[in-house]
Ligand binder design. Structure first.
Ligand SMILES: Cc1cc2nc3c(=O)[nH]c(=O)nc-3n(C[C@H](O)[C@H](O)[C@H](O)COP(=O)(O)OP(=O)(O)OC[C@H]3O[C@@H](n4cnc5c(N)ncnc54)[C@H](O)[C@@H]3O)c2cc1C
Length: 371
């Protein structure tokens, strides 16, 4: 179908900035661009009917890393780098709250807990032994101990005596957060077009030509925020990583509140009102889950159900309501890639499992590249 003169003229002419991807990073980028350049004509292109990557699929933990994750990071990164990672996540969450408001994103602070299985004695002891070290490393960020031990007050079965918990971890309603963000971006005067897939682009001296599955047009500058799908458009080291999730039906008198990390963060669960959301299990089939195709597998879903039944809700009957998956963008390095790809092309990708925490900040950094 040919677009009309009016359609080109109104929606696709004189575009200053085009953002590809309407996840948390792309939307924040568009918002900050509008703040910096109020007169600019800004377009966001999203291939899904709704955002279709990770930002509307995730667990909604406003987290900064569990003890075992931080210790694992310390084996691959310097103390300074790890401190920077944690600081960014913490500051990112504060920015998200400030930008959208706690009520709008339903921010709740019930704390986060790392739970260790009975057969993970070694890992548990190692985390306990290093608690003081991690707490003093993170003191500049939290001004208090980030972690403490707490007894198993929620009655999980087959786990070590204590959780290692943080009072600083919170949780949000991901759906409300993204709806609020989308509304804010649209109200600021940015146009979002859904069901448009960017197929490729060509950079010229003073503009970029963009080809989509429906039309071609030119923009002055292009911002790529496609995270797990980045390698389909650009040559950066980002691998897709699928994450599968399930949620129970409402459970009468559910007493579990907060966010929980299990098995070095490969599993995570928390309450969403009176339901349990439970995700993870990518480590059961790393190769198979290194995909940008959405879907659920029997292997992972059975494992989730089994742990839910035997560890998390051993004495509580439950039914599964929904199962879904999301696609993350991973790499060997935990640091996101925020950089110029040319004079007029920029990217902000590779958010790992922390995009809710850092997405607002990375979107802002991406927009700032255009200054
Ligand atoms: C199950 C799950 C649980 C998670 N839990 C947490 C958590 O508790 N806390 C946390 O901080 N993080 C969590 N994450 C990670 C977090 O959700 C992501 O890091 C974050 O959402 C990434 O945001 P983004 O904007 O970079 O990417 P995305 O949200 O993936 O956005 C990229 C967008 O680009 C679009 N797109 C891709 N290619 C094209 C194209 N060619 N043309 C047009 N559009 C395109 C996609 O449709 C998508 O909407 C989780 C992720 C998953 C999947």
């Amino acid at each position: 179908m040919n677009l009309s003169y009016w359609e080109y003229k109104t929606w696709l002419s004189n575009i200053d900035f085009t953002v590809v991807g309407s996840g948390i990073v792309g939307l924040n980028c568009a918002l900050y661009l509008k703040k910096q350049f109020p007169e600019a004509k800004i377009l966001v292109l999203e291939r899904g009917l709704l955002p279709q990557g990770a930002s509307t699929k995730n667990a909604g933990f406003a987290c900064f890393g569990s003890v075992s994750e931080i210790l694992s990071d310390l084996r691959k990164h310097t103390e300074k780098e790890v401190l920077q990672l944690v600081k960014k996540r913490w500051e990112g969450v504060q920015l998200l709250r400030k930008n959208l408001g706690d009520e709008q994103i339903d921010y709740q602070n019930h704390g986060g807990n790392e739970v260790f299985l009975k057969d993970q004695e070694g890992l548990y002891e190692d985390c306990l032994d290093n608690l003081d070290r991690v707490n003093s490393l993170l003191k500049p960020v939290f001004k208090a101990d980030a972690f403490q031990t707490l007894p198993n007050s929620f009655g999980f079965k087959g786990i070590q005596e204590n959780y290692i918990s943080s009072p600083f971890e919170g949780q949000i309603n991901t759906g409300k957060m993204m709806k609020t963000l989308l509304d804010k971006v649209q109200n600021s005067g940015v146009t979002i077009l859904n069901s448009i897939r960017v197929e490729n682009f060509v950079e010229n001296i003073d503009h970029v030509m963009i080809k989509t599955d429906h039309f071609e047009f030119r923009t002055n500058k292009l911002f790529i925020a496609t995270n797990g799908f980045a390698s389909q458009l650009i040559r950066e080291k980002v691998k897709p990583a699928r994450a599968q999730v399930l949620i129970t039906k409402p459970i009468h008198n559910l007493n579990i509140k907060g966010t929980f990390h299990l098995d070095e963060g490969y599993y995570y669960f928390g309450n969403i009102e009176d339901r349990i959301l439970f995700g993870g299990g990518r480590n059961l089939d790393f190769k198979g889950e290194e995909t940008s195709t959405f879907g659920e597998t029997t292997l992972v879903q059975n494992s989730l159900e089994n742990i839910l039944r035997t560890v998390i809700l051993p004495n509580t009957p439950f039914e599964i309501d929904l199962r879904w998956s999301g696609i993350m963008g991973m790499g060997k390095q935990k640091k996101p890639i925020v950089k110029h790809l040319g004079n007029n092309v920029y990217c902000g990708v590779r958010m790992g499992g922390m995009g809710i925490a850092i997405g607002s900040l990375i979107g802002k950094e991406l927009a700032n590249l255009a200054k």
